[in-house]
Design a protein around this ligand. Structure first.
Ligand SMILES: Nc1ncnc2c1ncn2[C@@H]1O[C@H](COP(=O)(O)OP(=O)(O)OP(=O)(O)O)[C@@H](O)[C@H]1O
Length: 250
């Protein structure tokens, strides 16, 4: 039986006169793969920032796994098991793929110290297994900053996985990746998340990706959730077709 892993209760946030989160009530259940769609500026990233502690809502509450996380720091929210990957991957660009994962593992274990050798303080099996999971095993010794965009995205997700999250929120995991490579990237990411039993939520503009990989879709319009349901239902919704997907025939 699924239960809410994330719950938002009447969440609001304005930047001056811009209402970026407008009375958002939202529930995400364990095991769901949610795609969030919406035009630029609709408030998708703002809501992610609120849920992950990067922004504090003006009012309202966020619960993760039953714990009120409203206003908690990003670091403490990650420690509770809510991971995140970014539109622009946040990597240790001068380090190798393997070292990036070692740093993430050491940070999780509280072992990040200049006095300790990184590779000595982390579980080597876990690092190798995670690189294999996202298809980066043969890139272990490559410098993160020099990887192609798709591999950077995979590494960002792999680093989030090292923190052993229960939920991972991915802000545009396929942005900057060619349309030919997007499907391979999402297939790898989704398979990895499934294997680790991680609930997921991703922001995506490509309708084919949304239809193929999401079990549920939420459409954001002007800081509000305008439609929420199965991919088929939401992608056929007239307001979504007109205002989110730019379908001029509606
Ligand atoms: N730090 C900020 N200061 C002022 N205004 C902001 C800030 N962050 C976001 N906004 C505004 O809030 C609104 C929602 O922005 P947000 O980035 O959440 O949209 P989005 O749906 O994620 O867009 P995109 O698809 O372009 O990333 C926009 O009008 C944006 O300009």
């Amino acid at each position: 039986m699924s239960r809410p892993i994330l719950l938002a209760k009447d969440v609001n946030l304005a930047f001056g006169g811009v209402i970026a989160a407008d009375h958002i009530n939202f529930e995400l259940n364990e095991g769901e793969r949610l795609a969030v769609i919406g035009q630029n500026g609709a408030g998708k990233t703002t809501f992610i920032n609120i849920c992950t502690g990067y922004l504090k809502p003006t009012s309202g509450q966020i619960f993760f796994n039953g714990t009120d996380i409203t206003g908690k720091t990003p670091r403490s929210i990650v420690r509770l098991g809510l991971g995140r990957s970014f539109q622009l991957p946040q990597l240790f660009v001068e380090h190798t793929v393997q070292e990036c994962l070692e740093i993430a593992a050491a940070a999780r274990n509280g072992n990040l110290s200049i006095l300790k050798s990184l590779s000595a303080s982390v579980d080597r099996h876990e690092i190798i297994e995670t690189m294999e999971l996202v298809g980066l095993r043969d890139k272990a010794n490559e410098i993160a900053g020099a990887l192609p965009e798709g591999h950077k995205k995979l590494l960002d997700v792999a680093m989030a996985l090292m923190l052993r999250p229960k939920l991972i929120i991915m802000d545009e995991p396929t942005s900057g990746v060619s349309s030919e490579d997007k499907h391979d990237l999402m297939a790898l990411v989704m398979q990895a998340l499934e294997e680790r039993k991680v609930t997921s939520w991703f922001v995506e503009h490509d309708v084919d990706i949304v239809s193929k990989y999401a079990t549920r879709v939420a459409a954001w319009i002007s800081g509000k959730i305008a439609a929420d349901g199965s991919p088929d239902e939401v992608l056929k919704n007239l307001q979504v077709r007109k205002e989110v997907l730019g379908d001029l025939t509606c």
